[in-house]
Design a protein around this ligand. Structure first.
Ligand SMILES: [Mg+2]
Length: 251
């Protein structure tokens, strides 16, 4: 067994806690898409009424995720938004996609916050010399999820970070793990991966050759369905004990 030199994390319900969320995501996404509809209309574009615009965009995303799950290719919010707006009749030459994505104004989700030990654990890992990575099955480009990471104080701890939307593959596809390992310049056997979804985080980490740690906080009760994590934790702090144990095996 090689010495562990990198710890990679999933984001949602691994580093940040979704148990306190009261609103539903559709409501939040509606508000962001309204920004886009309002902006494009103000620019003189003729769009369907918002209810239709929203309904059609939602259908586009649901279809994209269903398709992507067939081969674990990543859904790209950027590409889906572009295709959707062109389908709405916008002229490609007149479409400033970058501005549209900024107008969408992605923000932290009310009620979501880091687990109480997230920052202390990241600090300890950093101090101990571990490289720290993040792999999230998110359709957004990394710069959008960075808005959250920055607000939570997590961003500066990360040596590499990837969204499936940017990479074009999602967990459990091994490619997204290998891409992150390449960025961190470590081998699979030198890395552990921590995530809350057995079918995505753990199955993929196992296949890619990393040591897998299932994050199983009290508010989640996920079925393993035959997936076998190397370790299971209920708080991130327990990770420190596992690392000590792994280092002990090495020494
Ligand atoms: Mg997660």
């Amino acid at each position: 067994m090689a010495r562990i030199s990198a710890v990679l994390f999933d984001l949602d319900d691994t580093l940040i806690d979704w148990s306190g969320v009261q609103v539903n995501m559709a409501e939040i996404e509606t508000r962001h898409l309204q920004n886009v509809h309002r902006f494009l209309t103000s620019q003189g574009h003729l769009l369907p009424p918002f209810a239709d615009f929203w309904g059609k965009f939602r259908e586009t995303l649901i279809y994209a995720w269903a398709e992507a799950k067939k081969d674990w290719s990543g859904v790209s919010f950027v590409k889906e938004m572009q295709t959707f707006l062109l389908d709405c009749g916008l002229d490609e030459a007149q479409l400033d996609l970058d501005t549209v994505l900024h107008v969408y104004d992605w923000q932290t989700v009310p009620g979501v916050e880091p687990f109480s030990d997230t920052l202390p654990v990241l600090e300890k890992l950093k101090t101990a010399g571990y490289k720290i990575g993040l792999i999230t099955n998110a359709m957004q480009p990394m710069w959008m999820r960075d808005i959250e990471l920055r607000a939570y104080g997590i961003l500066d701890y990360l040596d590499a970070r990837l969204t499936s939307g940017d990479v074009g593959f999602m967990k459990p596809h091994p490619f997204i793990y290998w891409r992150a390992l390449e960025l961190l310049d470590v081998q699979p056997e030198e890395a552990i991966f921590v995530g809350d979804r057995p079918a995505n985080d753990i199955a993929g980490a196992n296949e890619a050759g990393l040591t897998s740690v299932l994050m199983s906080p009290p508010h989640l009760n996920r079925e393993l369905n035959g997936v076998r994590p190397n370790f299971t934790i209920t708080t991130l702090t327990e990770l420190l004990t596992i690392l000590t144990q792994l280092e002990g095996n090495y020494g």
